[in-house]
Design a protein around this ligand. Structure first.
Ligand SMILES: [Zn+2]
Length: 464
């Protein structure tokens, strides 16, 4: 399909065939400041997503409450629950909204053209023209409000997100990961809880809530992803005529800064609640956590994912084995989170005791040292590469539409002003990583990002 250099306010910035996903990628910039990435191929499982950069400035949960609230009726769809109504009989293959640490994403997918356009319309109307301006009660319902059912009862706080986050804050593992992220990124956007801390949510005012929408839900702060078959021209025309045309470009300060790098590791102790009659024995989490580069480094992201498999997930994983054999805890696992501008890697022991933290740290480092010295079993490296390569080539992501997975990958770079097309071109990176089959590629990675990385901490999470 040939697209003119400028179509319906969209200027073509880059056009490139992406062999890895057998698609034609086109990056546009609209007069409103919106960027749009179109991925053209013959996949009928079409995907649309609009994502806003939403850096939290506190832990009152504004990004999350807004995500819920814009879906409670809008200019064209003034009914209270448009989705429940409109989705009856929809051919959707995916429909959700997600609040990340620094962005909010509204993706839909459908195999039916008419349905797809309809869903796009509902979502665009929701984000740009939500009823929250005319109906303050939406914030009360979705965020928080006081509730008193009987005169003799105590006043309680209720709200969809408030209740949801109370649930989230009662799971020890979720508390662990929240604390890891907060502690690695002090005085930074990532030090706040974008989902909302139940203690902080009731401090949120209607004015602050509206102000956040005014500032960040503007085309100039949005990245639009369109994937699959169908006419590009129709998509551009629809998005322009129905929505973007009425906006002019605006300067929005939402850049996600890099955290100030540490010059020495840290140690920190945190607590999670257990009930008074519960035993505190063997309920502590020991974790070693590392900030590892930037997420727009595709090769590093892929390699760190494989390293997690090599060290902690495979049945033959040497670090996992050493930690389990030491009986420091009953279970161990690794984790690599790359949905942040700066991903972090964690090694965790479950069901342990806080007194054993030094033993944990010493064993971890002596084992890594041994792994570097003796080299990783090449069979293990091959298995790790094969698993990732299989996923990349088959693009089989379970219930997730392919296009949505590509959208998430693209955002890992695009959200930080990186090139979204390059985020899909994994072949060169994969080739470089495959050198590991004959070199000490992963050993060097361990040395740089785990052994000699000052931006790390030992975080102990104990029951209380
Ligand atoms: Zn939610």
């Amino acid at each position: 399909m040939n697209i003119a250099k400028k179509t319906y306010g969209f200027a073509l910035v880059e056009k490139k065939k992406v062999a890895e996903i057998n698609s034609m990628a086109r990056l546009f910039r609209h007069d409103s400041g919106a960027e749009l990435l179109h991925i053209e191929n013959d996949d009928d499982n079409k995907v649309f997503a609009i994502t806003f950069r939403t850096p939290p400035e506190n832990s009152k949960g504004i990004p999350h409450i807004l995500e819920h609230s814009v879906l409670c009726g809008s200019r064209k769809y003034p009914i209270k629950e448009p989705f429940v109504e409109l989705l009856k009989g929809s051919f959707k293959t995916f429909l959700n909204a997600m609040t990340f640490a620094d962005k909010t994403m509204y993706p839909v997918a459908s195999t039916n053209e008419k349905d797809f356009v309809n869903l796009m319309d509902v979502y665009l109307d929701a984000v740009f023209h939500p009823n929250i301006y005319e109906q303050p009660e939406i914030l009360m319902q979705e965020g928080w409000h006081h509730e008193l059912n009987k005169k003799e009862d105590e006043i309680s706080i209720k709200g969809v997100v408030y209740n949801e986050m109370q649930g989230a804050f009662s799971s020890p593992e979720q508390i662990l990961f929240r604390n890891i992220q907060r502690s690695l990124f002090p005085d930074h956007v990532y030090g706040f809880e974008s989902g909302g801390d139940p203690d902080e949510i009731p401090n949120l005012s209607y004015e602050e809530f509206i102000d956040f929408h005014k500032r960040f839900y503007h085309p100039s702060n949005s990245r639009i992803f369109v994937y699959g078959d169908g006419s590009i021209e129709d998509r551009l025309k629809f998005i322009h005529k129905e929505y973007l045309e009425e906006f002019s470009e605006s300067e929005i300060d939402s850049d996600i800064p890099l955290v100030k790098p540490w010059d020495k590791p840290d140690e920190i102790e945190k607590y999670y609640p257990i009930s008074a009659n519960e035993d505190e024995k063997e309920k502590t989490y020991l974790s070693m956590n590392f900030v590892t580069g930037e997420s727009n480094n595709l090769e590093l992201s892929m390699a760190m994912g494989m390293l997690d498999y090599i060290l902690m997930e495979s049945p033959a994983a040497p670090l996992k084995k050493a930690l389990l054999e030491s009986r420091l805890g009953k279970d161990v696992f690794g984790s690599y989170n790359n949905h942040l501008r700066q991903p972090f890697f964690s090694i965790i022991v479950k069901n342990s005791e806080s007194e054993r933290k030094t033993e944990f740290s010493e064993l971890l480092y002596s084992t890594l040292e041994k792994i570097i010295k003796n080299g990783i079993d090449k069979k293990l490296i091959k298995a790790a590469i094969n698993i990732i390569e299989f996923h990349l080539r088959e693009a089989d992501f379970g219930s997730y539409p392919k296009g949505l997975v590509y959208c998430m990958e693209v955002m890992n770079s695009w959200n930080y002003n990186g090139n979204p097309i390059q985020a899909l071109e994994y072949e060169t990176s994969l080739k470089k990583i495959k050198s590991a089959l004959t070199t000490n590629y992963f050993e060097k990675l361990i040395d740089k990002y785990l052994m000699n990385n000052a931006h790390r901490n030992l975080l102990v999470l104990s029951p209380e």
